[in-house]
Each structure stands twice: as structure tokens, then as C-alpha cells.
Design a protein around this ligand. Structure first.
Ligand SMILES: Cc1ncc(COP(=O)(O)O)c(C=O)c1O
Length: 358
């Protein structure tokens, strides 16, 4: 068998994909991945390192990470039967796709949005239907409602606050979708700690609502890979069957529990990041950009006709932001993650230099 014959055995929907890709670059100021720039205190890391040394590595982790599920449930005001924990919310998205999507399924997304939704659903052979955001990069609710009418069982994925635009849905907008749609609705709230309507209270009313969250943003745990999925307990029991056994290793379980118990430490950094975002927004509005989009998250989307030159200039000066100009409707746009006050000041300085403003 030659190599091409072998490659042809790979699912066509997978062969047709453009994989998720991020160019690795080492720069002093990294404002390209919406991470929390404030790391956890060393004392907490040392306690975790001690646990890691003492815990036998030859034994499997708990079959059900019961303590972590309890802590997560308490954190969001639900029961542990409403929770699945995993390796980042990406794993939760994948588990969800495995449970809900098959060849011929329809998945409705509001683009531009997080690219993994399209990647996973088309990779599973589903048809991905896009309802574009408006020209102001807001959700287009009337258009979404029209699309639901012709696709009553489609899985709808709403990212709020939305990556990479920062737009957010309010309670009445979310209810207007939940009240009419019979299919599942996934609300990805990876950035909810920074602002926007928290959809968790709606879980009690709508069994077709699922919410995903992550430790990678506000929780300052991107390197750890921890995320979770919330839903009606009967729905969770079904989805749980397809999750791989032992998906959470003992260290992740322990770290996630420790971070939850110490969450109050991050609350201060979250408040700092929100204040920094708002001050950055005011600054950006004063600069000669084509458009700066309001954001409820820890990043801001900016349209700049000199995007290419500005991004090169930033990089020459050690600052990396995310070029999102290849997304639908985002021509000439880039996304700036909010960094530490020092990093943000450096960014402002370089931008002012670029535009020749004192
Ligand atoms: C909207 C959204 N959902 C999910 C994720 C993935 O998060 P995790 O690191 O938990 O897999 C990201 C990461 O950037 C994101 O922006």
C-alpha cells in the first residue's frame, strides 16, 4: 500500500480540515492568547509540588474526580451531578460533539467566533451553518432566530463574551433563543469572569442548555488544561458515557481543587484586568484606528488599516498580539489581550510611537 492510499483511509472530513494553528514566538510581552498575565503565588505551587512528589504515580487517579466535581459545583451554585471536568474546555467541546453531532447534523455558529467550533463540527461530518455577526460585530439575533426556524434540531453554539470580538449576549437575548429552540444550545463562557451575563441560572429552566467554562483565562491556569461542562443532570449522565475514563490526571485534579479553594486570590487580579481593559479601551478610542470594538472579556478587537505595519512594529518592539484578519468580517483586525499594567503601558507607548503621537 502506498502512502497516498493510506492517507485516503483518514476520514475525508478530517483530511479537508485546515487544522488549528498558532505560530510559536518568543517575545517579552505576550498579548496574543487571552491568558491571565498574573501567575499563582509560589507558596501554592510549592504545596502542589509536594503533593505531586508524595502521590504514587503508579496508581490511576480516582475513577470519578468526586472532590473536584463537588468544588466546581459549589463554585457555580449547582450539584456535582451537573458537572463534567476535563482537560480544558476544548476537551469538553470535543466530548459534546461526540455526544451530539454526527454526519448530516447541523451546527449553527455566529461567526467570527472561536475557530474550534467549526473545526470539531466539520471534522465530525456535520454541516456548519454560520450566522454572521452584524457589521458592528454584535450578535444578529433576528437572523439567528430565522435560521433556527429552518433548523429546529441543530446544535447552536453561542460564545458569550465572544472570542475574538468581545461582544456579549444579555439575558433576554439568550432567553429569546432558548424559548424557541428544540435542539441543544451550548453557551461557551470561557471569559465570563470578566463580564457579561452569567447563564448558569438558566440551566434549571432549560434541559437543552449546556455551558462550558475554563481555568485558562480568569483562573490563570492555561498551562494546566482544566475546563468543565455544566448541564441538566440527566443530560450530563449521558454525555459522561463518552468521556474517556481518567481524563483528569491526579495532578490536574489536585491543582484544580487547590485553585478553587484559593479563588479569592485571583478575584483581585480579575478586577485589575477589568479596570485595565476599560482604561485600554479609552486609550484605543483616542488613537487613529478605524474601529475599536467594546468588549466584556480580557481582550479587545481593533480594526486598523495599517494593521500589517503596526503588528510588525509591535513585534520589533517585543510585543505580540493576535492577527485575526483572516476571520470572516475581520479584515484588518487584530486582537489585543489585556496584560499587566506595565505590559499595557508598553503597548500604549509603542502604539503612540507608531502613530507619531506624544
Ligand atoms: C471561547 C473559547 N472557548 C474555549 C477555549 C479553550 O479553552 P481551554 O484552554 O479551556 O481549552 C478558548 C481558548 O482560547 C476560547 O477562547
Amino acid at each position: 500500500m502506498n502512502k497516498n492510499e493510506t492517507l485516503n483511509l483518514i476520514n475525508k472530513c478530517v483530511r479537508d480540515l485546515n487544522g488549528y494553528h498558532l505560530e510559536p514566538r518568543n517575545v517579552p510581552i505576550k498579548l496574543n492568547q487571552n491568558e491571565n498575565p498574573f501567575d499563582w503565588p509560589v507558596a501554592i505551587k510549592e504545596e502542589i509540588a509536594k503533593f505531586c512528589i508524595e502521590r504514587p504515580w503508579n496508581r490511576y487517579p480516582a475513577f470519578i474526580p468526586a472532590e473536584l466535581k463537588e468544588l466546581l459545583a459549589k463554585h457555580v451554585g449547582l450539584e456535582s451531578s451537573n458537572v463534567i471536568a476535563g482537560n480544558g474546555s476544548n476537551e469538553m467541546l470535543s466530548v459534546l460533539m461526540m455526544s451530539l453531532v454526527h454526519e448530516g447534523s447541523k451546527v449553527i455558529i455566529c461567526e467570527p467566533t472561536f475557530t474550534v467550533y467549526r473545526l470539531l463540527s466539520t471534522g465530525k461530518g456535520a454541516e456548519c451553518i454560520s450566522v454572521n455577526l452584524t457589521n458592528d460585530l454584535e450578535f444578529n439575533i433576528p437572523e439567528l432566530i430565522k435560521t433556527l426556524a429552518t433548523n429546529p434540531e441543530a446544535l447552536v453554539i453561542l460564545c458569550t463574551p465572544n472570542n475574538p470580538t468581545g461582544a456579549s449576549l444579555d439575558e433576554s437575548e439568550i432567553r429569546s433563543i432558548l424559548d424557541i429552540h428544540r435542539g441543544f444550545i451550548l453557551i461557551d463562557q470561557a471569559y465570563i469572569e470578566f463580564g457579561g451575563y452569567d447563564a448558569i441560572p438558566l440551566l434549571k429552566e432549560y434541559p437543552n442548555l449546556i455551558i462550558t467554562r475554563t481555568f485558562s483565562k480568569a483562573f490563570a491556569g492555561a498551562g494546566l488544561r482544566i475546563g468543565y461542562l455544566l448541564g441538566n443532570s440527566d443530560v450530563i449522565a449521558q454525555i459522561n458515557k463518552i468521556k474517556l475514563p481518567y481524563n483528569i490526571n491526579f495532578l490536574t485534579e489536585h491543582i484544580a481543587g487547590t485553585l478553587l479553594k484559593n479563588y479569592s486570590l485571583q478575584q483581585e487580579t480579575i478586577q485589575t484586568l477589568i479596570a485595565e481593559r476599560d482604561s485600554m479601551f479609552s486609550f484605543l478610542k483616542q488613537m487613529p484606528f478605524d474601529k475599536v470594538y467594546p468588549s466584556m472579556a480580557n481582550f479587545i478587537c481593533i480594526r486598523c488599516s495599517a494593521k500589517k505595519e503596526l503588528l510588525s512594529y509591535l513585534q520589533e518592539n517585543g510585543i505580540l498580539v493576535r492577527d485575526v484578519s483572516s476571520y470572516p468580517k475581520l479584515e484588518n483586525c487584530f486582537r489585543l489581550s489585556i496584560g499587566t499594567p506595565y505590559e499595557n503601558e508598553q503597548f500604549k507607548l509603542i502604539v503612540k510611537n507608531f502613530f507619531g503621537i506624544n
